[in-house]
Design a protein around this ligand. Structure first.
Ligand SMILES: Cc1cc2nc3c(=O)[nH]c(=O)nc-3n(C[C@H](O)[C@H](O)[C@H](O)COP(=O)(O)O)c2cc1C
Length: 240
């Protein structure tokens, strides 16, 4: 199986420790590709809208973004991590998520995403881990992924792994190991189930794309939906 990991920080801190613990049981069997932010996608989205209006390859950062996109599309499991910074993901992670606006269901979702599974790992000192996880979940869900598992941790004492109390280290280790064991038992040859809410979001966007495509057959998103057969009877969760 293949795992694509996006690390929302380059720091080898607690987020990194937890992510390593999550990946350890997979190391023997999985092909793991990791990206570290901001190193692997350092430039901000400038808001030109080229990705949505003219195609993702016209983005000034297409080389870096499309390399990451290819790994995500190829993966059976996507792992995204971030510490909480002021209750949200790191700026570096937000920058990457902005670059993937074109992949949202209202634009040009990739059919592969509807079959994928994802894990989000966040942690914080006291509060904000849940909202940081939600930042990532919001994007992944709108890319079409239904099976998204969350790990959120609260340190409550120190910010260095070795200085955490033994009880806290045990608690975090137990929780991330349990998630990892749950994920390793999954049969990744079978696609994830697409949830009713994802299907509903898709069908609402389909109505919009149908009308846009009728008004302007050259409009990129509408043309993409038509080419996928989605304006007819084809559905991304059926094409497996
Ligand atoms: C800019 C910045 C903002 C932060 N904001 C929060 C926050 O809103 N809530 C919180 O509990 N911790 C906050 N923290 C603390 C980190 O989430 C915490 O230290 C975390 O363990 C860092 O993870 P790391 O070791 O992987 O870098 C913040 C840290 C930084 C650097």
């Amino acid at each position: 199986m293949k795992i694509a990991v996006i690390n929302g920080t380059e720091k080898h801190g607690i987020t990194y420790q937890l992510k390593e613990m999550f990946l350890n049981p997979f190391r023997e069997t999985a092909e793991i590709t990791e990206y570290y932010l901001p190193k692997d996608c350092p430039s901000f989205c400038m808001g030109c809208l080229n990705c949505t209006l003219r195609g993702e390859h016209t983005c000034k950062d297409a080389a870096r973004v499309q390399k990451i996109a290819a790994s995500l599309l190829d993966a059976d499991l996507i792992v995204m991590t971030s510490p909480a910074y002021v209750f949200h993901v790191t700026g570096a992670m937000k920058t990457l998520l902005d670059h993937f606006a074109y992949l949202w269901i209202p634009h040009r979702p990739a059919p592969e995403m509807f079959a994928k599974r994802a894990v989000i790992i966040t942690q914080c000192l006291g509060a904000g881990g849940e909202s940081a996880a939600k930042d990532i979940k919001h994007s992944l869900a709108w890319w079409g992924i239904s099976d998204i598992k969350l790990f959120t941790g609260k340190l409550m004492s120190d910010v260095v792994w070795d200085r955490l109390t033994e009880k806290k280290r045990f608690e975090l280790t137990k929780k991330i190991t349990a998630l990892s064991e749950k994920c390793i038992r999954i049969d990744y040859t079978k696609p994830a189930r697409t949830s009713p809410i994802t299907k509903l979001k898709f069908l609402i966007c389909r109505m919009m794309q149908k009308s846009l495509h009728e008004k302007d057959p050259e409009y990129l998103d509408g043309k993409y939906w038509a080419n996928q057969g989605w304006l007819g009877t084809a559905r991304p969760w059926k094409s497996r």
